[in-house]
Design a protein around this ligand. Structure first.
Ligand code: AMP
Ligand code: GLY
Length: 419
């Protein structure tokens, strides 16, 4: 089989790495890919959002299966376009992807079908939003409706911050048209967790739970980022709680989407808050998480291509998904200055040395090849990943690997393990 992976970050490197282990696969392409992906796949110079060029490429190269990483092409209808052309693709249609594409749609769907969620209200008028916020008080959360590269949710600890968030999103249009409408919602307290499931719209096969670390600095300090590391599984989610999450959140949401005429196929990602009253939905994503995927896929024993094919053919019930015992940790190494402005082109050394040790995989995110060297080309540069028997062993291993890798200004968190 010939497989095309769409995207070029750490998540896509993990997807390519896992797909490369499938005995069904002869060739892998990745658009646009990165320097690490280039070792396993042919990188194709097409942007992840150039849907027509991707479909043309898949037709021309007779690609048997396309797997999409990022949300933007999914929300823009890449699956619909491929299906129209008779091409096999793994992911939700545009209508189903709206669960991530519109926070208003998501919140209204969950409320209608009784999926545990924070109290919320929707506004298209900034003055009305502000008067609701004054009524509710702080802390409170303000979210732009549309896609905002993960930056559209503002957790406001004071009233002033919340009023200011309305101005930023609705008046200054910091996130463009994504901020035409806002969701204002109840602030939830607890620990966060990410639960991803495979689904063909009927059958649901949960992956192991994982936990992202969104803040830049240790002990969850500093600004929000795209994710500074993840671990899998999550020790504070026991079997009963996991079952509760799947049965009261994941399955009902997939059933609700089907009932609304938007059958969901692909990976559904629930971003959850584990509150005192039980797990509640912070957000849904229509895709694999980044960096969660880098920590989850190394523990998946089953062939990912077999799962993707079963999802497309709506026979996921036939596949048994198997998971390794043990633990996985992914530590992100980022450029100095990230998530603000940063320089590119810093030479990276020590990757081969780090990977020589058993159980270490270095997933590339923002890297490029230049004059025979690997250099930084993005904010998040590498996802150094270790698989081990338990978290103590795995944490030691992953940080030993991180210490072997160098580039100017490299920043990483030192607390990516269960505490
Ligand atoms: P989102 O883009 O909706 O995932 O939000 C980004 C981050 O904001 C989440 O990972 C949480 O840390 C935080 N967040 C979002 N919604 C809430 C909420 N209702 N209560 C508390 N924190 C939230
Ligand atoms: N790790 C958060 C996300 O993938 O959206």
């Amino acid at each position: 089989m010939k497989v095309l992976v769409v995207g070029g970050g750490g998540r896509e490197h993990a997807l390519v790495w896992k797909i490369a282990q499938s005995t069904k696969v002869s060739e892998i392409y990745c658009a646009p890919g990165n320097a690490g992906i280039a070792k396993l796949a042919k990188c194709v110079n097409i942007g992840a959002e150039d849907i027509n060029a991707l479909a043309d490429f898949a037709e021309r190269e007779r690609i048997d299966l396309t797997v999409v990483g990022p949300e933007a092409p999914l929300c823009a209808g890449i699956v619909d376009e491929f299906q129209k052309r008779g091409l096999r693709i793994f992911g939700p249609t545009k209508a189903a992807a709206e669960i991530e594409g519109s926070k208003v749609f998501c919140r209204q769907l969950l409320a209608k079908w009784g999926v545990p969620s924070p109290k919320f209200a929707v506004f298209d008028n900034p003055e009305e939003a502000k008067s609701y916020i004054r009524q509710q008080g702080a802390p409170i959360v303000v979210k732009a409706e549309g896609l905002a590269a993960g930056k559209g949710s503002i957790v406001c600890l004071t009233l002033d911050e919340a009023i200011n968030a309305i101005d930023r999103i609705m008046v200054d249009r910091e996130f463009g048209d994504a901020g035409k409408r806002v969701v204002v919602e109840e602030f939830l307290e607890g620990r966060e967790a990410s639960v991803m499931v495979f689904t063909d719209g009927k059958t649901v096969k949960p992956m192991l739970p994982s936990r992202d670390h969104k803040r830049l600095l240790d002990n969850d300090q500093g600004p929000n980022t795209g994710g500074m590391g993840a671990y899998c599984p999550v020790p504070d989610i026991d079997a009963a709680l996991y079952d509760q999450i799947v049965e009261t959140i994941m399955k009902p949401t997939i059933a609700a989407l089907a009932a609304e005429g938007r059958p969901y196929k692909g990976v559904l990602y629930g971003g959850l808050m584990l509150t005192k009253e039980g797990p509640k939905v912070l957000e849904f994503n229509c895709r694999f998480g980044d960096p969660e995927t880098q920590a989850v896929l190394p523990l998946l024993k089953t062939d990912l291509v077999e799962i993707c094919e079963a999802v497309i053919d709506e026979r996921l019930h036939e596949v048994e998904t198997q998971w390794s015992d043990g633990a996985c940790i992914c530590v992100v190494m980022a450029s100095a200055g990230y998530p603000g402005a940063y320089e590119k082109g810093k030479v990276i050394t020590g990757i081969d040395d780090a990977e020589r040790e058993e159980g270490i995989i270095v997933f590339h995110a923002g890297t490029a090849q230049k004059d025979g060297q690997i250099v930084t080309s993005g904010g998040r540069v590498l996802g150094v990943t270790a698989v081990g028997n338990d978290f103590t062993d795995t944490a030691e291993k992953v940080y030993r690997a991180v210490s072997k890798i160098h580039f100017d200004g490299a920043h990483y968190r030192r607390d990516i393990f269960p505490r």
